[in-house]
Design a protein around this ligand. Structure first.
Ligand code: IPD
Ligand code: CA
Ligand code: CA
Length: 250
């Protein structure tokens, strides 16, 4: 299943890359929430392959697919994480494929076809970037921490989010906003960022990146420090060492 997920992540990523230069037609799910035919094409390709190889597995995919089968295996798919970047031709987006077993993280694959960075992990087997093992950063000091975040498309709680942003930027080295939650998590896993937080995410934004992060030695929770819930929308992910201080700031 891991080999299948890696092959499929690459195939869908190559599809994104091949279509990157074509004029992408944009539709709107909300004033800022974009979707393109490429998001749908990538999902169709992924779902078709999963259904062919694992017809009894459940699937949850961003562009309107919830397939319940009673299987203990569920694929959680973001066919293009970073659609706004993609539409603006900023080379920071990925395919995010996760497999959860009995509701628990099992396999995660995130592939950025432009940088050709493929992150993968399987529960209990470590996290990898291409063929090399990755681990979170050793940094334990908030003032030395490079932190990444994102902002939801809906702005109903934007004042709270900006207040939090203000607190974090005052206490850390710097804060970045790159536009792909899945890759943000993977870059915490490889030790480039020390932490990531965001509100209002969906399970497909986080599912694969969380597997990679946990296998790289990272920690994930809700922003108040309570146990992480893939369906709650809020996440604080870190190298574990700066986690408690960040919970305090959140
Ligand atoms: C989005 C990206 C972005 C995050 C948004 C997500 P999409 O996913 O992960 O970084 O800030 O909250 O919705 O729409 O590009 O799949
Ligand atoms: Ca997404
Ligand atoms: Ca998406």
């Amino acid at each position: 299943m891991l080999e299948f997920a890696i092959r499929l992540g690459k195939k869908a990523g190559d599809y994104l890359q091949e279509n990157l230069t074509s004029a992408v037609e944009v539709e709107f799910k909300g004033p800022r929430d974009l979707v393109t035919g490429i998001d749908r094409g990538s999902q169709a390709l992924i779902v078709e392959e999963i259904e062919r190889s694992f017809p009894d597995h459940a699937i949850l995919a961003e562009e309107g697919l919830r397939k319940e089968t009673g299987s203990s295996f569920t694929w959680i798919v973001d066919p293009l994480d970073g659609t706004v970047n993609y539409v603006h031709r900023i080379p920071f987006f990925c395919v995010s494929l996760a497999l959860y077993k009995d509701g628990l993280p099992y396999i995660g694959v995130c592939y950025n076809p432009v940088s050709r960075e493929l992150f993968h992990a399987q529960a209990g087997s470590g996290a990898y970037l291409n063929n090399g093992r990755i681990t979170v950063s050793p940094n334990a000091r908030l003032i030395d921490a490079l932190v990444v975040t994102g902002f939801p498309y809906a702005h109903d709680t934007i004042d709270d989010i900006l207040a939090k942003f203000g607190r974090v930027i005052r206490e850390t080295r710097a804060v970045r906003r790159f536009g792909s939650a899945a890759l943000d998590l993977c870059h915490v896993a490889k030790g480039s960022f020390d932490a990531f937080w965001e509100m209002g995410l969906k399970p497909w934004d986080m599912a694969a990146g969380v597997v990679v992060l946990l296998e790289a030695g990272g920690k994930v929770s809700s922003q108040d420090g309570s146990p992480f819930d893939l369906f709650s929308g809020d996440i604080l992910a870190s190298n574990a060492r700066v986690h408690d201080e960040l919970v305090g700031l959140m």
